[in-house]
Structure formats: C-alpha cells, structure tokens
Design a protein. Structure first.
Length: 357
C-alpha cells in the first residue's frame, strides 16, 4: 500500500465535548463507533480508501478495520462500513456517494470525451481503456480534475475540434500536455516519434528567424538542417536520441550564430574569414567557443573556408596510481566528517570514472 497525502482537516477539534479518536487522537464531533473504539470522520474516510492484503484472511481487499494494529478487511475486523460500489458492486476504495473511483473516472471520461453522437471516438478508446484499467484509478481522476488544460484538450480531441496528431500538441506547450501526448503515444492513439528530434525541428525555425543578416541565416540554415538535423534523423532511425545529443546540436547552432555575428563585428564574412580570425575567436572568449568547431568543420567540407582549426589543449592532470585511488576510496568510505554528498560524488568518480557536471 502506498502512502496517501492526507487532506487538510477543517473541522475544529473540541476536547472538552468529544472523546478522542482511537486512531488519530483528535476530538471531533463527527465520529463512528467501531469495534476498536471511536473513529473520527477523517480516519473513517481514510480507512475506506485503504487497499491491500488482510493480515487475518490473506485476501487482497479494502482494509478499513484494524486487528492488533494491522489493517484488516470488513469481514475479519467487523467494521460496520460499506466497501462495495453502489453502481458496479465491486469492493474497491470509494469515491463520492459510495461510488468507486473506477466508476467515478468512467463518468468523468464519458463527460469529457464523447463526440456529438454520445460515444467515445474509436481512435481514443485505447487511451480510455488504459486509464480505466489502472490499479489506482483515483490517480487518473484527480490528475484530470486538477488540470483544466487536459480537460480542454481531451474534449477538443473527442469532438474533432482539433486533430489527433503531433501538430496539435506542438501548438500546446507545457509539461502537462506533453505528458498527455506521451500517454496517447504509449497506448497507440498517436504514432511514436523521437521527442528530442521533434524538439530540435520545432526549435530551429524560431532560432533562424532571430538572425537579421540574410547571409548568416542562409549559412546557419544549411548547417543546421543538412548537417545537424540529418545526423539526428539518422541516429533516430537506430536508437532514441539522448538529451546530450539534442543539447549539443542546439549549442553548436547557437555558437555558430555567435561566431558569424562576431565576424560581422570585425568587418568579415564567412567567405572572407582568415586563420587569424579563427585563432582570435578561440583565444578571446570562454571555453564554450570550442562548440564552433562543428560549424567550421562543416564549412571546410563545403569549401566555404580554408583554415586550420587550432587544437585545443586539454589539461587532464596527472594519472592517479592504483594505490592512491584505493587510499582515497577508503577515506571516502570511512571519513564521516566529510559531507555525504561529497563522499558519494567522490566514490562515483573514483570507482566508475564518472565525469563531474
């Protein structure tokens, strides 16, 4: 059983008038008398949501009662509470009006996702079936209930107001709609696509529109579309594109734009760049300027420039001996005066050579 976040208690306590609840110890007016004692309205509500294996009979059921401090079912504990849904008759955690959460979710989805003929579109039926088949349908019910954007999108998809395709979701930014897109992909309502490839394809036109110089925009467009994007598409055919490749392509594009803008400030264009210009670019700025290397290599392959890229020196430092490495590991394992986070990072670096980022 997973822990559930408790609702805020709004009923005032009155210990002078009411005995305490045997479960939470608070004194509320509204309470029920169960075999174990007086149980307040809040603990009663929480008990009817609890589901798991009864310690007495071993069956998986709703567990509102308690036996020797362990959750137990109605039959074993004798708790006088109804745990069967009034609509479907299934024993399950209750929603409102003694109707289980699965029936509540079904009502919610029916109200949101029926087309003008009063039926759920066949293209969305697999998504609906997957939600209704969740072990804890309450989670889906609450998620939809608390997200107006999800309700609006599901309604528009059902009625055909918007198309069920990726272009629709591209126009609906936000983590919630992206999560909804992922659910629709997972259950076959939308075709699968690589999220990072699509993100780069959507990001690139906006970035190009921000380049005022037509010549620079033409070069960046060719570099990004026919070099970076083609590489991403080829990789997506073999495997999912990792976040690092996506971010590297974005940074290579951004730094290439900065390089051309820097050249313009020196009165130069890509076709007239000299070796001195490239050396000055690498020497006169932060280390992120090295990301221009992909653009310069592409420009050389396209015969747009004829320069040599400087080799960047990387100071890797001295190589640690095996004995020194073991000594450092022993210190990180035994020295509790060091912060736990620093010890963990050090162990990962020494054991697996993880880069620090």
């Amino acid at each position: 059983m997973s822990p559930r976040k408790q609702r805020a208690r709004t009923v005032p306590v009155d210990p002078d008038r009411w005995p305490p609840c045997v479960r939470c110890g608070q004194c509320y007016r509204d309470a029920s008398h169960w075999p174990e004692g007086r149980v307040c309205c809040y603990c009663k509500r929480a008990a009817r949501q609890r589901e798991g294996t009864c310690v007495h009979c071993g069956h998986h059921r709703v567990l509102p009662g308690m036996i020797d401090g362990h959750p137990a079912c109605v039959g074993c504990s004798g708790v006088p509470v109804d745990v069967c849904c009034r609509r479907c008759g299934r024993e399950a955690p209750m929603g409102f009006s003694l109707i289980c959460w699965r029936c509540q979710l079904e009502d919610q989805l029916t109200g949101l996702m029926t087309d003008p003929d009063g039926v759920i579109p066949a293209a969305l039926q697999a998504f609906v079936d997957a939600l209704l088949g969740l072990p804890q349908p309450r989670i889906a019910y609450v998620w939809i209930q608390r997200n107006a954007a999800v309700q609006t999108t599901l309604g528009q998809l059902a009625t055909g107001e918007v198309a069920l395709d990726h272009a629709t979701f591209d126009q609906l930014p936000g983590r919630t709609t992206e999560y909804l897109r992922g659910l629709l992909i997972e259950h076959g309502c939308l075709p699968s696509r690589d999220r990072y490839l699509a993100a780069f394809e959507n990001w690139l036109p906006t970035k190009l529109d921000q380049i005022p110089d037509p010549a620079a925009r033409r070069h960046i467009d060719a570099f990004a579309r026919w070099h970076l994007l083609r590489q991403l598409r080829d990789r997506a055919k073999r495997e999912p594109i990792p976040a690092g490749a996506f971010l590297n392509a974005k940074q290579s594009t951004t730094v290439a734009i900065a390089f051309l803008d820097w050249l313009a400030g020196r009165g130069q264009q890509l076709e007239t760049v000299t070796q001195a210009d490239v050396d000055a670019w690498y020497a006169g700025g932060p280390s992120t300027r090295q990301h221009a290397a992909r653009f310069l290599s592409w420009a050389r392959e396209q015969h747009l420039i004829r320069i040599d890229q400087p080799r960047l020196k990387r100071d890797d430092g001295p190589i640690m001996s095996e004995g020194a490495r073991l000594d450092q590991l022993n210190r990180l394992l035994d020295d509790h005066d060091l912060p736990a986070t620093a010890r963990l990072i050090g162990i990962l670096v020494l054991m697996f050579g993880q880069p620090i980022s």
